[in-house]
Design a protein around this ligand. Sequence first.
Ligand code: NDP
Ligand code: 8X3
Length: 250
Amino acid sequence: MSRVVFITGATSGFGKECARMFAKNGDRVVAVGRRVEKLKELKDELKEYDVFSLPFDVSDKEAVLENVAFLPAKYKNIDILINSAGLALGLELSPEAHIEDWERMIDVNIKGLLYVTKAILPIMVERKSGYIFNLGSIAGSWPYQGGNVYGATKAFVEQFSYNLRTDLRGTNIRVSNIEPGAAKTEFSDVRFKGELEKAKKVYDGYEPLVATDIANLIFTLANLPEHVNVNSLEVMPTAQTWAGLHVEKK
Ligand code: NDP
Ligand code: 8X3
């Protein structure tokens, strides 16, 4: 049966790959991002399928509420929400990091995710059905130098996912926190603010995850029987492991 899948961050990376996968499965996809031309490209690529593009900034509370409230009837009954919009800005250590970068990550990764979730929850609760995927990160569990506020926003996403799931007891709504490791998308281009050579180096010399890896997992989870809830899913490239506990010696 065709489901309505509302995807933020559908113009790139995990969100875009999810849009492709669900649309090709015959689901009705609502694709959200700020870049109108990227949404148009996606819609053109998937013209044989059902894709509705909705350009807005998830950190703009009014825009979120308005866009969800005025969805056409065909896309109103949202079955699946994929909160993929998010970003890291900078890799400086805390003393050198820019407060504006910290604020932006909090605005998008935390507040944006909350606005979208809060706007869509009543639709799912009323229908006693739904599945929410939040894009957390390994950075939410495992500290690394320069991860500071980015990692902290993803720790928020993890704990919010668990608390949300607890609040939704009895509603039949599922919540999964997806925690990928290094994945080659536009993520590092954004983190390094367009310094593409620097971004490319992040993925040199090993096989990173790609967006399809994560979209495949989300698609698989979304097709599990309704009585199964995967609370969290941590996924790394095989080449990536934990850093180990560092001791600074004299
Ligand atoms: P990309 O940079 O490739 O995609 C990010 C998406 O988020 C884009 O579609 C972008 O669209 C959208 N976005 C960013 N800010 C906003 C905003 N204010 N309003 C609406 N949309 C926005 O990154 P990924 O696909 O890799 O990342 C997706 C999620 O996964 C993020 O939350 C990220 O933190 C997380 N993640 C990424 C990992 C990685 O290594 N790649 C690993 C672990 C987690 P547009 O610019 O058009 O608005
Ligand atoms: C993105 C993964 O390790 O670059 O969330 O922070 S990492």
